[in-house]
Design a protein around this ligand. Structure first.
Ligand SMILES: [Zn+2]
Length: 143
């Protein structure tokens, strides 16, 4: 039997991949996104779905992503990273993955591909990583 835990924001807790943990218990996650054509990661603190901190960052651009369809409560939780968190995210992704010869960035791209098999966005592992140490305040909205 296939048991899924559906959360308020339509993310199944079972359908996500944890990419890594930064300091201050900030966890980089890739979810199975419903019909999302703008690939992004979630950075969360605490336990879901009521994360004490949540920020979404585009994968292809160093810009924030905002889930338009989500409730006002969740949208208000779309928080910004501080400079230290941005630098940590950038250097973590550029470093080697603990499980193979690929980088954490490539692991993240592969996790997106695996968790979003129906997405029109599939990544080659050769995609250049944006500079996440300088995430701009520009927000990209999507479903
Ligand atoms: Zn999302």
């Amino acid at each position: 039997m296939d048991i899924k835990i559906e959360t308020e924001d339509s993310h199944s807790l079972l359908e996500m991949a944890s990419i890594g943990r930064l300091s201050d218990e900030l966890v980089i996650r890739v979810f199975e996104e419903q019909s999302s054509i703008i690939p992004h990661i979630h950075l969360t603190k605490g336990s879901g779905p009521d994360w004490s901190f949540e920020s979404c960052v585009c994968i292809e651009y160093n810009k924030y992503f905002v889930h338009k369809y989500k409730s006002a409560v969740i949208q208000s939780r779309s928080q910004k990273l501080n400079k230290l968190q941005m630098s940590e995210l950038d250097s973590f992704l550029r470093s080697g993955s603990s499980i193979s010869s690929i980088t954490n960035w490539q692991y993240l791209l592969d996790a997106w591909n695996r968790n979003n098999v129906d997405s029109i966005c599939k990544f080659s592992l050769t995609l250049t990583q944006p500079d996440f140490s300088k995430i701009t305040d520009t927000q990209i909205e999507g479903v």
